[in-house]
Design a protein around this ligand. Structure first.
Ligand code: NAP
Length: 333
């Protein structure tokens, strides 16, 4: 695995495109790269390290000679093709929700539980984007002050839904500016100039599946099965970058200064917290950046040992492509 042959499944999508960029930017030791997508992408080609790579149509034979397969084409494609990739000898790093809560599949954020990556049986799951950017901040605080409860509200960009959602937002903005009727194909309501408290499908308990992913995945990644966590996930008309308002209650006393100190030394975290000078993390600034940015670190005066934070990260990078490539880096040592 020193210089693997790599496949990107979903190479033409928002995440797949970013994976190709991240592999190149981080100098990942790629011996050969296969770009895989659907029949719709036949004839397309993309550059990698100065060379054009044609997109190939995904089929049962796509994984011959592949060592690492980065999947990013949705859960149903992962369910169908990831086992074939494993059978062909590849290790799969899967971005979809297909295997995340499978007890035999590690769910990995390299800053939090890197050791779990090596316990795989062929598939390693990449967590949900809003969970990844939150746990890199929660983990160092938990180690120092012991987290008892988390209340999170997310403000998630349309690129988190994929390329068709980005096109829908832009189309709606143009239609509104031209005074034309607004069509909704991807979301159930207009997303332009609006906020939708609805990400993924509703469950019988009143939460959405996205919110449930945040409870379950955070517990699994951090290895704290009884962590109390509640979430409200909101889609906002931002192109790239998820923002999160996070309220955390701790077992031990903690103030903003102590939290800032811990987070300043935490891997994958950048503290951006100077409100008098209007400095705090913004989605538009995090696009193309790797860390989870954290600011507005302040005491919650309504409860003992509690803080409020504002966490922002590029959902296509740390929330997806970068985290997947970091997992692949653990595999190649
Ligand atoms: N966007 C994010 O921030 C984010 C974050 C974490 C996880 N994820 C997960 O990553 C996955 C991809 O998300 P995305 O945002 O990149 O979506 P996207 O922009 O809609 O791209 C979807 C990709 O899947 C390919 N695909 C669809 N149907 C296929 C088929 N039948 N055979 C082969 N390829 C097929 C598409 O190929 P064509 O172009 O040929 O149609 C495209 O490359 C999803 O599972 C998503 O939940 C996304």
């Amino acid at each position: 695995m020193k210089e693997p042959h790599v496949a990107i499944v979903g190479a033409t999508g928002m995440v797949g495109q970013e994976m190709r960029k991240v592999l190149e930017q981080r100098g990942f030791p790629v011996a050969g790269l296969a770009l895989l997508a659907s029949e719709r992408s036949r004839g397309k080609a993309f550059e990698f390290r100065g060379e054009s790579h044609p997109v190939q149509v995904l089929d049962q034979g796509s994984f011959k000679g592949i060592d690492i397969a980065l999947f990013s084409a949705g859960a149903s494609i992962s369910r169908e093709f990831a086992p074939m990739a494993v059978e062909a000898g590849a290790v799969v790093v899967d971005n979809s929700s297909a295997f995340r809560m499978d007890p035999g599949v590690p769910l990995v954020v390299p800053e939090v539980n890197p050791g779990d990556a090596l316990k795989h049986s062929g598939i390693i799951a990449n967590p949900n984007c809003s969970t990844i950017q939150m746990v890199v901040v929660l983990e160092p605080l938990h180690r120092k002050f012991v987290i008892e409860r988390v209340v999170v509200t997310t403000f998630q960009s349309v690129s988190g839904t994929g390329k068709e959602a980005v096109e829908e937002l832009m189309r709606q903005v143009r239609a509104i500016e031209a005074g034309e009727a607004v069509g909704c194909d991807v979301y159930p309501h207009q997303i332009a100039y609006n906020c939708l408290p609805h990400i993924d499908v509703f469950l019988e308990n009143g939460y959405t599946k996205e919110e449930e992913k945040m409870f379950n995945e955070t517990r699994k990644i951090m290895g704290v099965p009884d962590l109390a966590l509640t979430a409200t996930a909101v889609r906002v008309p931002v192109l790239v970058g998820h923002s999160e308002s996070v309220n955390i209650q701790f077992k031990n006393p903690v103030g903003p200064a102590a939290a800032r100190e811990v987070l300043s030394g935490a891997p994958g975290v950048v503290v951006m917290d100077d409100p008098p000078n209007n400095v705090y993390p913004l989605a538009i600034d995090c696009e193309g950046e790797d860390p989870s940015f954290v600011g507005r670190i302040r005491e919650d005066f309504s409860a003992a040992n509690a803080l409020n934070l504002w966490i922002v990260s590029d959902n296509l990078r740390k929330g997806a492509a970068l985290n997947a490539v970091q997992i692949a880096e653990l595999l190649v040592g």
